[in-house]
Design a binder for this molecule. Structure first.
Ligand code: TIU
Length: 221
């Protein structure tokens, strides 16, 4: 068993043999200029900052044999998995499926929908394309985790209060013990990130625990 005494709201215990790292939506469309995030009016600089920290967490997981699962929020080229309620939301400069500087916005197979080169999956790692904010909806994630025998999940990625928190809540309801790497997640809104972290670990870890990436790496070593 591994332990992170400094995790909040209290010490986090996990078995590395039954733990997986899930890296949520570290795609060019969210973290590079010209993508989906920026078309929504956001400054992508907040998100780019975490890339080296996420890289360190991924490296530690790989070193210790934890499965690394990557997700991408994207849609089929024919938009058949894009509900109008999602496409028509807000007033973005470009909508999902429109052609931007990195190809069609949030469409599977386009350069913008792919994971940033610094965090690129290794051959054999699970990469899940998801049409929703949560990674369990309309994906094979439940089956993949059952096959792996996963009981605990470490979370990284973007954005904290949207896809990361949604997936963490879905995982918590499915019986997984969840830990969020605080400095390996980011939001376009720092105050939303802080609030999400607070609400995740409130009430005795109602959704899960949080810890600094260095503490997670230390516990694995
Ligand atoms: N807009 C925003 O904050 N997030 C998303 O649309 N998707 C993810 O969080 N990946």
């Amino acid at each position: 068993m591994a332990q992170i005494p400094d995790a909040l709201p209290f010490s986090f215990t996990f078995d590395p043999a039954t733990t997986a790292l899930i890296v949520i939506d570290m795609q060019r469309d969210f973290v590079e200029p010209g993508g989906f995030g920026e078309t929504l009016g956001n400054d992508v600089a907040q998100l780019r900052q975490i890339i080296p920290t996420v890289a360190a967490l991924i490296a530690a997981a790989r070193k210790h044999g934890l499965p690394v699962i990557h997700t991408r929020e994207c849609h089929r080229p024919d938009l058949s998995d894009l509900p109008p309620a999602k496409r028509d939301r807000g007033k973005p400069s470009l909508r999902i499926g429109d052609l931007g500087p990195m190809g069609r916005i949030l469409i599977a197979g386009e350069p913008g929908a792919d994971i940033v080169p610094e965090l690129y999956p290794l051959p054999g790692e699970i990469v899940l394309d998801k049409p929703g904010k949560g990674a369990f909806y309309a994906t094979s994630l439940s089956d993949d985790l059952a096959k792996l025998g996963t009981k605990s999940l470490i979370f990284a990625g973007v954005t904290t209060e949207v896809c990361v928190q949604t997936t963490m809540r879905e995982a918590n309801d499915r019986g997984f013990t969840c830990l969020l790497a605080e400095d390996s997640t980011a939001s376009y809104f720092p105050e939303f990130k802080a609030a999400a972290i607070e609400m995740i670990r409130a009430q005795g870890a109602i959704v899960g625990w949080t810890a600094q990436t260095a503490k997670i790496v230390e516990a694995l070593n």
